[in-house]
Write a protein that binds this ligand. Structure first.
Ligand SMILES: [Zn+2]
Length: 293
């Protein structure tokens, strides 16, 4: 299956490169991408928690911005679909099974269209809005370990090993939950964020265990920050999000100080896999984060 997928992705890549749509490297840097969203993680808190030695193993930005309103569904809509809220029109923050799914193209629909497997593992049921039937081979929301991020990541890491998806979206909600209950930057909040490096290492180990590290990319980011016990405003504490890339497909020792927007994440995931980016997306791939010529 992994070989068939690799062939499919390469075929798509060559077809794209051959069409001359955009200048392209000889081969896409990644066959596997994990996008890991830390719901409610502030950039400054994550920066303080990530050791220099870990940051040096990848590409990092501590000034990336989410969209307004800085809330979970609007921001994840942008993270996954490559456009801002004026285009995707998700300005609500609640959704239940049975309501209409998100209808625009996402990194899931585009990877699936290119012949790859997309999977998702989310910690809030409303996040299932982004996984309409047919867009992913598997999507699960975890009610039981919702606020046990290490458990969510452990299960997701095992799922990666079993299914080897081209793209896997992993979402944990502990920072957001702790922020709402105890306050952003509270002792409890910082304790949750202090565990982030271990979560990153666990997902990188999933690449190693599968023997795919050289052609794998892990993007770590968040949907919004927070202040006091809330978020959703245009304040910098709410709007500034971490953005990191690790794995063999990521450039090492790069600090990005140009403007990154949350909708650049989906475009970067597709670029890493060599999957064409829809022409109507606003997001642009962070090519400086990716290995390549
Ligand atoms: Zn959120």
């Amino acid at each position: 299956m992994a070989q068939a997928l690799a062939c499919a992705v390469l075929l798509v890549w060559f077809a794209w490169a051959g069409a001359g749509a955009q200048p392209a490297p000889a081969a896409p840097p990644a066959r596997h991408v994990i996008v890991f969203s830390l719901d409610g993680a502030r950039a400054d808190a994550v920066q303080a928690a990530v050791p220099q030695a870990l940051a040096a193993r990848g590409t990092v930005s501590w000034t990336a911005q989410t969209i307004f309103p800085s809330s979970t569904l609007p921001a994840h809509a942008s993270m996954l679909s490559g456009v801002g809220p004026a285009v995707h029109r998700v300005t609500f923050n609640d959704w239940s099974i049975g309501e209409p799914y998100f209808a625009r193209t996402t990194m899931f629909t585009e990877v699936t269209r290119a012949g790859g497997r997309a999977a998702a593992f989310v910690a809030k049921p409303k996040m299932m809005i982004f996984m309409p039937p047919g867009s992913v081979v598997s999507a699960q929301h975890l009610v039981y370990p919702r606020f046990r991020q290490a458990d969510v990541v452990e299960v997701a890491a095992r799922l990666f090993g079993e299914q080897r998806p081209a793209v896997l979206f992993v979402h944990v909600a502990d920072p957001d939950d702790t922020g709402h209950r105890r306050g952003w930057m509270s002792e409890e909040y910082l304790r949750v964020i202090a565990a982030v490096p271990a979560l990153i290492e666990r997902l990188l180990r999933a690449f190693e265990d599968a023997g795919v590290t050289a052609q794998a990319l892990l993007i770590v980011t968040s949907d919004h920050g927070g202040h006091g016990i809330t978020h959703g405003t245009s304040r910098p504490e709410d709007m500034t999000i971490p953005w990191m890339a690790f794995g063999g497909a990521a450039r090492r020792g790069v600090i990005v100080d140009r403007r990154i927007v949350v909708f650049d994440t989906a475009a970067t995931a597709l670029a890493a896999l060599g999957v064409p980016i829809p022409g109507d997306w606003q997001g642009r791939p962070l090519l400086e984060a990716l290995q390549g010529p």
